[in-house]
Design a protein around this ligand. Structure first.
Ligand SMILES: Nc1ncnc2c1ncn2[C@@H]1O[C@H](COP(=O)(O)OP(=O)(O)OP(=O)(O)O)[C@@H](O)[C@H]1O
Ligand SMILES: [Mg+2]
Length: 267
C-alpha cells in the first residue's frame, strides 16, 4: 500500500439524487497518520464530501472523479466490498452524535453489534475492547457507560462515545464532521487532545470538519478551505493560517485575532 496516499481524492464531482450539484473538481490527499482539517462556510459542501467518501447508499451521487482508499477506487466498489471498508477501513463520526448512536440502545450493545458485524467476537471481548477505548477517551467509569443508553449521557460524553465507537474497528482513516461543535469550550479542548492521542496511539489518519479555528491551529497538519463546492485553499497548516490567500480564510482568521498570540499571553 502506498502509505504516502492512504486516501487520495481526485477531481471529484458530487451531486444529490435530486440533481443538485455540490462538489466540483475536489482533490485532496490524506497520508498515514496525518490530520487534515477541512474548513469553509456553511453550505460549502463539507458534509457532502464526507458522505461521498463514505459511499452510503442513496445519499449522494459521484458523477466524476476517483476516491482511492489504499489504492482501491471506492467509486468502483459496491455492496459487501464497500461495507467491509466502511467502519473497518474508514470510520465516521457524524455531525450529530444522534446519527452515530442509537439513543435508546445500551452503549455496550452498540459496541458489540458494530464489532460483530465485521467478524466473530464474544460479548465479553467486545466489552473489554469498549472499556479500553472509552478509557482512552477519558470517559471515567466505563462500566456505567456500557450499561447506559445515549439519552442518559451528556452531549460531550455521547460525542466521545461516538468517537470511541468509530475507533472500535481500528479504522485506518477516521472522518469526523464537526465533532466539537455542540460542546462547551473545555470539552472541545479535551476532544481535540483525545483525537491527537488516538492518532499517536493507533496511527489513525483523521479528516476533521470544523468551524473552530482554535481546533485547526491545535490539531491540523494540513488545512483545506472549501467555498461553493470547491477547494479554494489547501496546504500545510502554518502556510494556510500564516499567509491565507482566500477571503474566507482571511475573514475566519480576522474573527480570531488572538489566535497566534495565546501562547504569548499565557506565558
Ligand atoms: N440531502 C440533500 N439534498 C439536496 N441538497 C442538499 C442535501 N444536503 C445538503 N444539500 C445542499 O448541499 C450543499 C452543501 O451542503 P453540506 O451539508 O455539505 O454543507 P456543509 O459545508 O457541511 O455546511 P455546514 O457547515 O452548515 O454543516 C448545500 O447547498 C445544501 O443545501
Ligand atoms: Mg456540515
Amino acid at each position: 500500500m502506498d502509505q504516502a496516499r492512504l486516501l487520495d481524492i481526485q477531481h471529484l464531482w458530487v451531486q444529490y439524487p435530486c440533481g443538485k450539484a455540490v462538489l466540483q473538481d475536489v482533490s485532496l490527499r490524506l497520508q498515514a497518520g496525518e490530520i487534515l482539517c477541512v474548513i469553509g462556510e456553511s453550505g460549502s459542501g463539507k458534509s457532502t464530501l464526507l458522505q461521498a467518501i463514505l459511499r452510503l447508499p442513496g445519499k449522494v451521487e459521484i458523477t466524476r472523479g476517483e476516491i482511492l482508499f489504499a489504492g482501491q477506487d471506492l467509486c468502483a466498489l459496491q455492496g459487501e466490498a464497500l461495507r467491509n471498508i466502511r467502519g473497518k477501513g474508514i470510520g465516521m463520526v457524524f455531525q450529530e452524535p444522534g446519527a452515530s448512536l442509537n439513543p435508546i440502545r445500551k452503549i455496550g450493545t452498540q459496541f458489540y453489534e458494530a464489532l460483530r458485524a465485521h467478524g466473530p467476537i464474544s460479548r465479553h471481548q467486545a466489552d473489554e475492547k469498549a472499556r479500553i477505548l472509552l478509557s482512552c477517551l477519558d470517559l471515567g467509569d466505563p462500566e456505567r457507560i456500557l450499561r447506559s443508553c445515549p439519552v442518559q449521557l451528556s452531549g460531550g460524553m455521547n460525542q466521545r462515545v461516538a468517537i470511541a465507537l468509530a475507533m472500535a474497528l481500528e479504522p485506518a482513516v477516521l472522518l469526523a464532521d464537526e465533532p466539537t461543535s455542540a460542546l462547551d469550550v473545555t470539552v472541545q479542548v479535551q476532544i481535540v487532545a483525545e483525537l491527537q492521542k488516538l492518532r499517536d496511539q493507533f496511527g489513525t489518519s483523521i479528516l476533521v470538519v470544523t468551524h473552530n479555528m482554535s481546533v485547526v491551529a491545535k490539531l491540523a497538519d494540513t488545512v483545506a478551505v472549501m467555498a461553493g463546492g470547491h477547494i479554494v485553499e489547501y496546504g500545510a497548516r502554518d502556510t494556510v493560517l500564516g499567509s491565507p490567500t482566500h477571503p474566507y480564510t482571511r475573514s475566519l482568521l480576522a474573527a480570531v485575532p488572538r489566535l497566534g498570540r495565546t501562547c504569548d499571553a499565557s506565558g
